[in-house]
Design a protein. Structure first.
Length: 101
C-alpha cells in the first residue's frame, strides 16, 4: 500500500518540473514560516508571563490596601478586564498559529 501511495504522489508531483531555484524558494519560505511561528509562540508566552507577574504584584497590594471593599472590588474587576484582554490576545496568537502552521 505504501508503494502505491508513493507512486501516486510521484505521478502528481514530478521533481523534474521544478527547478532548483523553485525548490530553494519553497525551502526558504518554509524556514521563514517556522521562524515566524516560533516568534508568535514566544510572544504568547511573554504575554502570559506578564499577566502572571501583574497578578503577583497587584493582588497582594490590593489586599493590603486600607480602602473600602468597593475599591478593592473595583481593583479586582480591573485585573479581570486586563485578564480578558490578554486572553483574547493569546487566543489570537493561537489562531494565527493554527491558520499558518
Amino acid at each position: 500500500m505504501f508503494f502505491q501511495n508513493n507512486k501516486k504522489i510521484n505521478e502528481k508531483i514530478r521533481m523534474e518540473q521544478f527547478s532548483k531555484e523553485d525548490f530553494m524558494s519553497l525551502e526558504i519560505s518554509y524556514e521563514k514560516t517556522v521562524e515566524e511561528l516560533g516568534l508568535q509562540q514566544t510572544k504568547r508566552d511573554q504575554i502570559i508571563a506578564l499577566y502572571l507577574s501583574i497578578l503577583g504584584f497587584v493582588i497582594p497590594s490590593i489586599i493590603n490596601l486600607n480602602v473600602p471593599r468597593i475599591a478593592k472590588g473595583l481593583g479586582f474587576f480591573v485585573i479581570y478586564l486586563i485578564g480578558i484582554l490578554f486572553c483574547r490576545i493569546v487566543i489570537r496568537y493561537r489562531i494565527y498559529k493554527e491558520v499558518y502552521g
